[in-house]
Design a protein around this ligand. Structure first.
Ligand code: ATP
Length: 235
């Protein structure tokens, strides 16, 4: 089997004296969709932020395309081909939809995603291209956040709780778009609170508990009960 796109080995992450991740190993292959589940505070966002260069780690703890990236800045990580859709979307509320999208084009690699392609992909936001971030619905804001990440043409897209606070219909619409993103060869990591949703969308799944990987497997081999037990720490 070929080398994984992303390999994380024995990753520890800290916020000052507080250790949030312990000895985490995690891999993603090209074009794969990997779900990361776990209770509040288990370290899911910390893992994504570590990959995205927002938290300092040992250089060799995170390897992407066979090179160490653990010590790179967030900007360098985007240039290497990793884009993060952060929890809470983090749009610039005073900027228009288009200006927000173009922020993602600053560290642009060559690839299929252009501004026009993003508008075709999310027609709802094409109609609102000159509107300010504040005037959008939660679902539209999430589309802008995903569009902004896609504009860097990532090989790996990290999505932190894209469903949070959205109506089920909007969540379904967003998840229906994932196969199109993957069809371009982009691997996707989704942090998802909803285990059923994660099991449907992902090829593989990791469960974090108290900063440690408690379970790893494919939706076909893991039962919902084993995931729930790993999630809540029942032995
Ligand atoms: P949630 O689902 O609530 O977003 P999570 O699984 O993403 O949770 P993290 O946000 O990664 O969890 O947090 C992991 C641990 O690190 C928690 O105990 C949290 O309180 C702590 N933590 C997160 N951010 C910081 C920070 N900036 N400073 C100190 N501790 C933090």
């Amino acid at each position: 089997m070929s080398e994984p796109l992303l390999t994380i080995r024995a990753l520890n992450a800290r916020y000052g004296a507080f250790q949030a991740l312990f000895d985490v190993s995690f891999r993603v292959w090209r074009g794969e969709c990997v779900a990361l589940v776990g209770a509040n505070g288990s370290g899911k966002s910390t893992l994504l932020k570590s990959i995205a260069g927002l938290i300092d780690t040992r250089p060799d703890a995170i390897r992407f395309l066979n090179e160490p990236i653990g010590n790179l800045s967030a900007e360098e990580v985007v240039k290497r081909g990793i884009a993060l859709v952060p929890e809470g979307r983090k749009l610039f509320q005073s900027l228009t939809v288009e200006e927000n999208l173009l922020m993602g084009a600053q560290a642009r690699r060559s690839g299929p995603w252009t501004l026009e392609r993003v508008y075709e992909f999310f027609p709802n936001i094409a109609e609102r291209r000159n509107a300010s971030g504040t005037s959008l619905s939660g679902g539209q804001q999430q589309m802008v956040a995903i569009g902004r990440a896609l504009l860097s043409n990532p090989a790996l897209l990290l999505c932190d709780e894209i469903s949070l606070g959205l109506a089920p219909l909007v969540v379904r619409e967003l998840y229906q778009r994932l196969p199109v993103i993957r069809a371009e060869g982009t691997a996707v990591v989704i942090v998802e609170q909803d285990i059923s949703q994660a099991m449907v969308a992902a090829d593989r799944l990791y469960c974090l508990r108290s900063g440690r990987i408690a379970l790893e497997g494919t939706p076909g081999t893991l039962s919902r009960q084993s995931i729930t037990e790993a999630y809540f720490g029942m032995e």
